[in-house]
Design a binder for this molecule. Structure first.
Ligand code: ZN
Length: 282
């Protein structure tokens, strides 16, 4: 991927994967929908997987399927892991300095941009901490970026993508979150870089559609929904009796799990299809 991929008009869903099987299920779904897609590894997954094997698999399988699939390192806080991701030819990386004071976030983000520049690897940074859902509503309310900080951050860095906390959170929502579209609109007025929405799982299709109506929103992250789809597959296997000791059939179980992930991914990718009523907000 070249450094400018996220500047194209295309919008992406980015699904978290943790092994070849989950990567395959997402690519299968994306290929059926004829959509390019981003696969992302959390740092925990990145540390655990065989990176060489994953890189090879994704490149070859995507090529066979005739779609573009990008590998992204999600929420990385360690420079060493970012260097490793570059070595293993991940397509883009995220440096997450959002828990640091603003100046420190700027400093570490710039350090990463210095490292990635010669490889033309896009860097995603985060401003305003996006909380975990289990931290509760209060955290979601406070987990909203300040416009002044966004401006300072953008002026001081050269990031290619920016994750802005607008009221989404990671994990499973209790109820429907209150998204600050007004903040998103104001950020778009002062910032030209592509924006990333984290915590895209568990929010309604209409909310996703509205987020995608902003042309600067280029990437929406889906992690919890992939894990839940995986869990649902296991649960369904259990209900169907495929996990019984007698007659246990790993092929059937794998098939049900893959199906469950594919179904969810296709539902999300369908939202990308431009309907004629969709208003694109500039
Ligand atoms: Zn995130």
């Amino acid at each position: 991927m070249n450094a400018y991929i996220y500047q194209k008009s295309e919008q992406y869903f980015a699904f978290n994967i943790w092994n070849i099987e989950s990567a395959k299920a997402v690519i299968d779904a994306a290929a059926q929908m004829k959509k390019n897609v981003i696969l992302q590894t959390s740092t925990e997954a990145f540390v655990q997987i065989n990176k060489e094997e994953m890189r090879l698999f994704v490149s070859n399988y995507a090529k066979n399927k005739g779609i573009q699939v990008y590998l992204h390192l999600d929420h990385c806080k360690k420079i060493d892991l970012i260097k490793e991701a570059i070595n293993y030819k991940w397509d883009s990386v995220m440096i997450d300095g959002s828990e640091l004071p603003l100046e420190e976030n700027i400093r570490i983000t710039n350090k990463v941009c210095d490292i990635t520049r010669e490889y033309e690897i896009p860097v995603e940074a985060e401003i305003g901490r996006i909380p975990r859902a289990e931290e509760g509503i209060q955290a979601m309310k406070t987990g909203v970026a300040r416009l002044k900080d966004v401006q300072t951050f953008i002026n001081a860095t050269n990031v290619n993508m920016l994750a802005v906390a607008i009221g989404t959170s990671h994990g499973i929502y209790q109820g429907i979150p209150d998204l600050h579209y007004d903040l998103l609109e104001r950020v778009m007025q002062i910032v030209e870089v592509p924006l990333v929405i984290h915590g895209g799982s568990g929010i309604t299709d209409d909310m996703l559609r509205r987020l995608l109506s902003y042309k600067n929103v280029k990437k929406i992250n889906i992690s919890t929904d992939v894990k839940q789809a995986y869990r649902n597959g296991i649960y369904k296997s259990l209900q169907n009796g495929y996990l019984e000791k007698d007659g246990f059939d790993p092929l059937k179980v794998t098939h049900i799990i893959d199906d469950s992930i594919e179904h969810m991914v296709k539902e999300k990718l369908r939202i990308l299809d431009k309907d004629k009523n969709r208003r694109v907000i500039e």
